[in-house]
Design a protein. Structure first.
Length: 346
């Protein structure tokens, strides 16, 4: 295992801000992951596991410990009890997994096309978009438990999936390093067309849409919103959606809808709750698409994406985040919760 020193992290992230890692290791097996963990532990260094860097804000001073890139590869597709089982290494490209699943005629992840990052990152945030989330298909997560140093297999229920969350980024944050993920898909299944944008895209022809057509539609919709990585597009130089959509109980949602004169849209959420669009709150608090403040701003195509217009610092990104949160809090009484992980901030 090779340990590199003072490695720039900004090029490893889609937002492209932040300082260097004091140390960096790339591990292609469970044994190498263990070696890296032991190396950091013997030196009492903090450890951060870096995936595809698509949901990350790195501090301008960088990270003073060991950054570990889990590069475990491998892809297996097998039939099991009338299900298509995909088992993939944490270092595999997520969108490539979706592409291969769709090509094999397996439904369940087609609406998650075009999402950047690696397979290992998907359970952490319970990645979701356009009517699907990985919690619907994940059957098992293989992970190294830093508490006892053992490999564990966690079933779906043990992962504690919730909206944009799991035990991996809430109650057990920092405990597990994900090595492999197993998904159960439906061979020959119909594509998911529950999301409004997709319904509008197919406009009455949804019953005839194929998995491949839905995957292409999702990628086109994401591209139109600058949520598909395109080289040279500053509106895509972001960490994706920067804030989670608030989920409110029914009474709180009704009060907010009345306070906005009935204009605020809302959607059903689990537990008889309602989800309100963070983008609507943000825009009505004065931060519209195309907002610019020097080197940072908001995407011209997606109100939830804070973008690096070129040469931005992490401090500038965080300052804009703070101002957006304050404006929404003051106007609507809602605290927007950021989606990205913040690394190296004190």
């Amino acid at each position: 295992m090779q340990i590199l020193e003072n490695v720039p992290l900004a090029p490893m992230t889609t937002l492209q801000v932040g300082g260097p890692a004091r140390y960096l290791a790339q591990s292609g097996s469970a044994a190498e992951v263990r070696d890296a963990v032991d190396w950091a532990g013997s030196r009492q260094l903090p450890l951060f596991v870096l995936g595809g860097g698509s949901n990350l804000v790195v501090a301008d001073n960088g990270f003073r410990g060991l950054v570990l890139r889990v590069c475990i590869r491998g892809f297996e597709l097998r039939d099991e009890n009338e299900r298509a089982i995909i088992e993939a290494g944490a270092g595999e490209c997520w969108d490539e997994l979706v592409s291969r699943a769709v090509a094999a005629g397996c439904a369940g992840v087609e609406c998650l096309s075009g999402i950047p990052g690696t397979v290992g990152a998907t359970p952490v945030q319970n990645v979701g978009a356009y009517g699907q989330e990985v919690a619907d298909t994940i059957t098992e997560v293989q992970a190294l438990d830093l508490r006892d140093g053992q490999l564990h297999r966690l079933g779906n229920e043990a992962c504690g999936f919730q909206y944009r969350g799991s035990i991996f980024n809430t109650s057990e944050r920092g405990r597990f390093i994900i090595l492999r993920v197993t998904y159960a898909l439906k061979p020959g299944g119909a594509p998911c067309l529950t999301y409004r944008d997709l319904k509008e895209y197919f406009a009455g022809e949804g019953a005839r849409a194929t998995l491949a057509q839905v995957r292409q539609a999702v990628r086109e919709i994401r591209h139109a919103k600058a949520m598909l990585l395109v080289e040279g597009d500053e509106d895509a130089r972001s960490a994706g959606s920067f804030f989670k959509n608030p989920v409110l109980d029914a009474a709180a949602c009704d009060r907010l809808v009345r306070a906005t004169g009935g204009c605020l849209p809302s959607y059903p959420a689990p537990g008889l709750r309602r989800k309100v669009p963070a983008a609507w709150l943000l825009e009505h608090a004065g931060f519209c698409k195309g907002y610019s403040r020097g080197s940072v701003g908001i995407s011209r195509k997606h109100a939830l994406a804070i973008v690096n217009r070129g040469g931005a610092t992490a401090a500038e990104i965080v300052a804009l985040k703070n101002d957006i949160q304050a404006a929404v809090r003051d106007k609507f009484g809602i605290e927007l919760v950021p989606e990205p992980v913040f690394v190296g901030f004190q």
